[in-house]
Write a protein that binds this ligand. Structure first.
Ligand SMILES: [Zn+2]
Length: 893
């Protein structure tokens, strides 16, 4: 859709920016701990793992360029023992080698090093970790044979390459990396580049990989084990999907998708994929997501492998989106890299936006943009929930997209909803404002100008400004350099005038500092062509709107702001609902629910809207309602209001399920299939007796004949059965989970165990997290799922608190600061806030402070919201019942 642009260039010349505008990239001004007078250009690293001892020995030669004369070399190393060091062939005495708590390795040189080229050589030893940090191991059972196996993988972002070899481990120090590894003879090794040579040596074989182009250290990868692969080719690029033996064929879908996505990006970016090969590597553990290592992307295996026989449609969509996200990084992140972690959003916001754009392009039937309006289970979908980011961004604990990062822990904490999802939302808003073609032209200029180098956000805005001839940096600054976002208040005046006022939108945040934005607004009189207005001040207005016509702002919900309508505008909109597209209806639902959360409107405002919507089976619209009902249902656990509420909530959802039925029609749209399983799960959670009985029946039938239950319905049916399980059903689910070799079925079973609400069973489920039944990352997530789903966050916390050390040993670098605080976010009682404060003070590192603050805010918000909601809910439901009774009396007369 093209927008009519109401846009005055002249306005910009009199506007002054309130922001300390960021500078374009410059090497010497880039933040970081390492001095910039010595830069590495080429690494040659040799690693010899000892699988039995879970240690490794390494050696490396690093070509250096001294830009100034120096007396010492400072680089990074962590949990490495430096055995020997020499510079230009001269051995350094052990006494000058120092490692410290800042993760720095300092080599004091006997004499001043002249400017120019030098060679540093180091010998070192390190350890192979259990959690996905640095070099790590994974234990798994082999597909088909069931044999117990071990393999190795690596995870270096943000700051863990220094656990693998000493290096200048900050993204601005680009260098060529050439890796050699010694592995058992029957193993396959994978790294960023193709294997250059392989030779037999005592105790195995030595594999030498080609050198990478200049890149940041965190993008290195090393995976080795008893692996299999399938392959294809796209132009000059060799494509492979690599998995543990017996599983490679399950990568067929990913391999085909890879070829499709690669071609799209080659065209979109205007720069062809620069490496000779691209490997998609499935890991059976270590971490939960995916990592964009250049040329060798790693995935937790359920994010890559797809078995059409036992996988759901939802899994297929997840895989595509994750692939598209990680592959976008091969350009945005790998070819061009943010100079420092304060600009991480350049990597993640962009890859999230690009990945969704590409996924939506090839799969319009998945409603990618529409569904991102919904907060989702963060373990299932990456980087696509706009609403989740907006919920967090309205709180006092939010931060700007661009934020200062000083320490390694802060770098790891930067991987959050704001960085990914607000970044994505802002780019989408900007693209729809500048136009698709102009935006792409800007991206092409940016990549062409900065490939094999680093950038700041200013470089991106400069490229987009040149392509669009608009001051993108000035519009963008308010969105990326300050926290939060606005609400636009709409008021109908006399004579066709509509006045607009912007203010900061907050939830549970009194005395928030007032802020203003330059808002690329869109609006439409319902049924007419949309228009655009760049709102640059606190007040603005739209003219010539007929008094009896409904006006909708934020067309299709593409903007990252809320809208609050006055009563007149609201009544007109309610009257025009049937003429609004589904995108706009979902946007109205989301905004209205947010207004209720923010105490800007009563609960009745939301339910009135829900009840006035025309009957529909639109997935995103129904899922928004499901989300809200589910949130309220959880908030009411243990309260006397819950049963009454559940009855009302079921009355809102049942008609839709009755319309679409349990059985899929031939050639059904995927949206319909997704809606069916969402409704079954939701109605099950709302204790609908008919749905629960039906799920049990289908589960029993599945046990004798698995094919009787469609893969798409399994997660929902298992979850409902698990929720109301007795001990023998719990055991059945557990046995099924232990026996199956399907990753997805295993996950369905353990998810169902975690959903059990019987406290006796909750106590049986939690200890599974300490066993090796599940891969490490999945095991720690089990406790979180119990906290969220079982209705017993108290039991989950008691367990986690008592076993924290063992659980953290299974958590990767990104999870370490968030794990304990996140378990508190399911509480809604003030006393838990105090408990968390005390726990944090005694047990958590300073780096957890931001996560602790978020959890405290969430507890406080839930506690306040619960008190506010209960009487409103009672009144609304009782009012409904009264109205129904009156109605039925009338019809029975
Ligand atoms: Zn990413």
């Amino acid at each position: 859709m093209r927008f009519l642009v109401v846009f005055l260039m002249a306005e910009f010349s009199i506007m002054s920016s309130a922001f300390a505008s960021e500078k374009p990239f410059s090497f010497k001004d880039t933040p970081g701990k390492l001095p910039k007078d010595v830069v590495p250009t080429d690494y040659s690293v040799r690693i010899v793992p000892d699988i039995d001892k879970l240690t490794f020995a390494g050696s490396e030669t690093v070509k250096l360029n001294a830009r100034r004369r120096v007396r010492q070399l400072v680089l990074n190393a962590l949990e490495l023992k430096i055995e020997a060091a020499s510079i230009d062939g001269k051995e350094l005495p052990g006494s000058v080698i120092k490692t410290d708590a800042n993760e720095l390795l300092t080599l004091a040189l006997p004499s001043e090093l002249a400017t120019g080229e030098h060679t540093l050589t180091l010998r070192f030893t390190g350890k192979i970790n259990e959690q996905g940090q640095g070099l790590f191991y994974m234990r798994y059972r082999e597909q088909g044979t069931g044999a117990r196996k071990i393999m190795l993988g690596s995870q270096f972002e943000a700051t863990d390459a220094r656990r693998f070899f000493p290096c200048w481990d900050e993204p601005v120090f680009r260098a060529r990396f050439q890796l050699t590894a010694v592995i058992p003879e029957n193993w396959l090794a994978v790294s960023n580049m193709p294997v250059e040579s392989e030779k037999k040596i005592a105790g195995g074989k030595e594999v030498r990989f080609a050198a990478t182009p200049p890149m940041s250290s965190y993008l290195n990868v090393f995976v080795a084990g008893e692996l299999d692969f399938i392959e294809s080719r796209s132009g000059s690029t060799q494509l492979q999907v690599i998995a543990t033996k017996g599983k490679a064929e399950m990568g067929r879908y990913a391999l085909q998708a890879t070829a499709q996505i690669l071609q799209y990006y080659n065209d979109y970016f205007g720069v062809a994929y620069p490496l000779p090969k691209l490997d998609q590597i499935a890991l059976p553990g270590g971490f939960g997501g995916a990592m964009e290592n250049w040329g060798g992307i790693t995935y937790y295996e359920s994010k890559l492998l797809f078995d059409p026989k036992s996988s759901s449609a939802e899994t297929k969509q997840d895989i595509y989106e994750v692939l598209a996200h990680e592959m976008a990084h091969q350009w945005f992140g790998d070819l061009v890299t943010m100079a420092w972690w304060d600009n991480l959003w350049l990597n993640e916001g962009f890859a999230s936006w690009m990945g969704s754009k590409c996924t939506a392009h090839f799969n319009p039937q998945w409603e990618v943009w529409l569904r991102r309006e919904l907060p989702r289970d963060p373990s299932r979908r990456v980087g696509i929930a706009k609403e989740a980011a907006m919920e967090g961004d309205a709180r006092s604990t939010t931060h700007p997209i661009q934020q200062p990062v000083a320490t390694e822990a802060e770098a790891n904490s930067a991987f959050d909803d704001i960085t990914y999802k607000k970044g994505q939302s802002f780019l989408r808003m900007l693209e729809s404002f500048l136009g698709e073609d102009v935006f792409r032209e800007g991206i092409r200029r940016y990549l062409a100008a900065h490939m094999y180098s680093n950038t700041t956000t200013a470089d991106l805005w400069n490229a987009l400004s040149k392509a669009s001839e608009k001051p993108v940096g000035e519009i963008a600054a308010g969105w990326t350099e300050q926290p939060g976002f606005p609400v636009v208040k709409v008021k109908r005046e006399q004579g066709g005038k509509v006045s607009l006022t912007q203010e900061r939108f907050t939830v549970n945040f009194t005395n928030a500092p007032p802020l203003e934005w330059k808002i690329p607004l869109t609006y439409a009189v319902v049924g007419e062509t949309p228009a655009t207005l760049l709102m640059t001040r606190k007040l603005d207005s739209i003219h010539n709107i007929l008094a009896d016509r409904a006006l909708k702002l934020n067309v299709n919900g593409a903007g990252n702001y809320r809208v609050e309508y006055d009563e007149l505008s609201w009544e007109l909109l309610l009257g025009a609902l049937k003429n609004l597209g589904v995108e706009d209806r979902v946007n109205l639902l989301s905004d209205t629910w947010a207004l209720v959360q923010a105490n800007r409107g009563p609960l009745a405002l939301y339910f009135e809207l829900v009840e006035k919507l025309p009957a529909s089976t639109e997935l995103a619209e129904r899922e928004q309602i499901i989300h809200v009902l589910d949130f309220i249902n959880r908030l009411l656990i243990g309260s006397s209001e819950q049963e009454k509420f559940q009855r009302y909530a079921r009355s809102l959802l049942r008609p839709t399920l009755d319309t679409i039925g349990w059985e899929a029609k031939p050639n059904e749209q995927p949206a319909r299939t997704n809606l069916r399983s969402s409704l079954i799960t939701a109605l099950g959670n709302l204790n609908d007796p008919k749905i629960v009985a039906s799920c049990r029946e289908r589960f029993e039938a599945f046990l004798t004949n698995p094919e009787s239950l469609a893969p798409d319905l399994r997660p929902a049916v298992f979850s409902v059965v698990g929720r109301y399980a007795d001990e023998s059903t719990w055991n059945e689910l557990h046995q099924l989970g232990l026996k199956t070799t399907s990753i997805e079925e295993k996950q369905n079973c353990y998810d169902a165990l975690a959903d059990a609400i019987d406290p006796k069973l909750v106590k049986k489920t939690l200890p599974i997290a300490l066993t090796d039944e599940l891969p490490t990352s999945r095991a720690v997530f089990l406790v979180l799922r119990v906290a969220r789903e079982s209705g017993h966050p108290d039991l989950a916390w008691d367990f986690a608190g008592a076993n924290m050390k063992a659980l953290l040993a299974k958590t990767d670098a990104l999870g370490a600061n968030t794990y304990a605080p996140s378990l508190f976010t399911f509480f809604s009682h003030d006393s838990r806030a105090q408990e968390l404060k005390t726990y944090a003070k005694n047990n958590l590192p300073a780096a957890s402070a931001a996560q602790v603050a978020k959890a405290l805010d969430e507890i406080q918000f839930r506690s306040e919201f619960k008190k506010r909601l209960a009487p409103q809910l009672s009144a609304w439901v009782d009012g409904k019942n009264l109205a129904e009774r009156q109605e039925s009396r009338l019809t029975h007369h």
